[in-house]
Design a protein around this ligand. Structure first.
Ligand SMILES: Cc1cc2nc3c(=O)[nH]c(=O)nc-3n(C[C@H](O)[C@H](O)[C@H](O)COP(=O)(O)O)c2cc1C
Length: 184
């Protein structure tokens, strides 16, 4: 049984924070913003990850082994203004990516309604949503959304277009309704 949003949504009190390397999660974030409104913030790093896929995979593996939290270039100074925080991130190494761990470690979401979403290459969210719970122990965390079957074929990194985009837009509407978030 999914928890429902208890806070009233007013214009301007929704924050959508996301991490996205190849724009799939960004596209879902934009769909949410289109339906709910709110401020969209993409996380940026002080030292960006390598462009090369093998290099970033190796770096993320080693960061996860050491519980390393990369420094964020993105600063949010007015977190108090937001009651509802959507958190979007891809699955990396079957986990929450280190930069989103940095965000949740640096910022206190106590008392806020927190709504996670994810994209992945077909293996699911892994431990990502569990980590949201662990890092936001005093937030009201609603059921997350993670599109199924977004499988990357060789060399195809961006999948949020055409039929897939239409399907995801429909699923996002259903999910928002289920968790009690009013759409425009
Ligand atoms: C470093 C790295 C690790 C990844 N690990 C996984 C994984 O463990 N499981 C999975 O399904 N997809 C994995 N992926 C694929 C991404 O989750 C998937 O492409 C996602 O949609 C990317 O989102 P984005 O376009 O917003 O960056 C990984 C991608 C990267 C860059």
């Amino acid at each position: 049984c999914a928890q429902k949003a208890t806070k009233k949504i007013t214009e301007g009190n929704v924050l959508i924070v996301y991490l996205s390397r190849t724009n799939n999660t960004k596209t879902v974030a934009e769909i949410i913003q289109d339906k709910v409104g709110g401020k969209l913030v993409g996380l940026e790093l002080v030292n960006p990850y390598p462009e090369n896929y093998k290099e970033i995979v190796a770096q993320v593996d080693s960061e996860n082994e050491k519980d390393f939290l990369p420094d964020l270039k993105t600063q949010i100074n007015n977190l108090d203004e937001y009651d509802i925080v959507f958190l979007g991130f891809p699955t990396w190494d079957m986990q929450m990516p280190p930069p989103m761990k940095s965000f949740l470690t640096n910022y206190n979401l106590d008392g806020k309604t927190v709504i996670p979403f994810n994209t992945n290459a077909g293996y699911g969210v892994g431990s990502g949503f569990k980590t949201v719970k662990a890092l936001c122990p005093n937030a009201n965390i609603l059921e997350g959304y993670s599109p199924k079957g977004v499988i990357e074929r060789d060399g195809i990194l961006f999948v949020m277009e055409g039929e897939k985009l239409i399907e995801v837009e429909r699923q996002v509407s259903e999910w928002l309704q289920k968790i009690g978030i009013k759409t425009k």
